[in-house]
Design a protein around this ligand. Structure first.
Ligand code: C5P
Length: 222
């Protein structure tokens, strides 16, 4: 443990969904098993990296041998990522909720027959964009994901520019691919000089391939 080409490198991986409370018993969230983020954390650890795994409430068991920071909301996730800096590489695999409930209640909303409650949404911080645009302590390599259903490369390329991250792993999540919730992924790595289409493979294989691409970029420490 701790030996390998990433020995002495620090990595941050976000994973899973975030839960944004409506009241103490209800929440809004995106679908995410945490499988891809977990596989990435494990792959980086097995190459020797010191990994901080910031995870929302996911069904997938957390990897052992990494520093696990459990969070619920997007703003907690942002704070946990900021606490984990500085790092050499940060990978944002979490399916962060785009909004939180601005008028979330401290007590359970009652079904009192006086009409439906209304939920007011407010934007969540974009953790990937914030970290990519840090002036101080920006990781050398910042990697995001883009789940797209059409014009995958085009949309992911503009997302990379908009967020100012280094790489985007774009995946086609149209229903007919069966990727959402499955064990395989079809990924295109978008970087500043183009796109590498990877063959369809398991999420573990995607993680291993990504970890080796990270080694190639950062350089091996041993
Ligand atoms: O904008 P979109 O949600 O498609 O971007 C996806 C990428 O941005 C993922 O890497 C995701 O983890 C990250 N993200 C984030 N914070 C948000 C929304 C997305 O870090 N609030």
């Amino acid at each position: 443990l701790g030996d390998g080409p990433l020995k002495g490198r620090c990595a941050i991986v976000t994973s899973g969904p975030t839960h944004e409370p409506i009241d103490p018993v209800r929440y809004i969230a995106n679908r995410s098993s945490g499988a891809q983020g977990t596989a990435i954390a494990r792959a980086l650890m097995s190459l020797g990296a010191d990994v901080t795994f910031v995870t929302g409430p996911a069904s997938h068991p957390v990897p052992s041998g990494v520093n696990v920071v459990p969070v619920q909301t997007a703003s907690e996730m942002l704070a946990a990522v900021e606490d984990a800096l500085p790092a050499d590489v940060a990978i944002f695999a979490a399916a962060v909720a785009d909004w939180h409930v601005a008028n979330a209640g401290d007590s359970k909303i009652k079904k009192d027959g006086k009409g439906l409650p209304s939920i007011e949404l407010a934007e969540n911080p974009d953790i990937l964009a914030i970290v990519s645009q840090l002036k101080k302590n920006r990781p050398e390599l910042v990697i995001g994901f883009a789940a797209e259903t059409d014009d995958v490369i085009e949309n992911a390329t503009s997302k990379r520019k908009r967020k100012a991250c280094d790489w985007i792993l774009a995946n086609d999540v149209s229903p007919e691919t069966g990727i959402m919730g499955g064990s395989e992924n079809a990924v295109t790595l978008i970087h500043n000089s183009g796109a590498d289409v990877w063959p369809r493979m398991t999420k573990d294989q995607v993680a291993t391939r990504l970890a080796h691409a990270i080694v190639d970029h950062l350089g091996a420490t041993e």
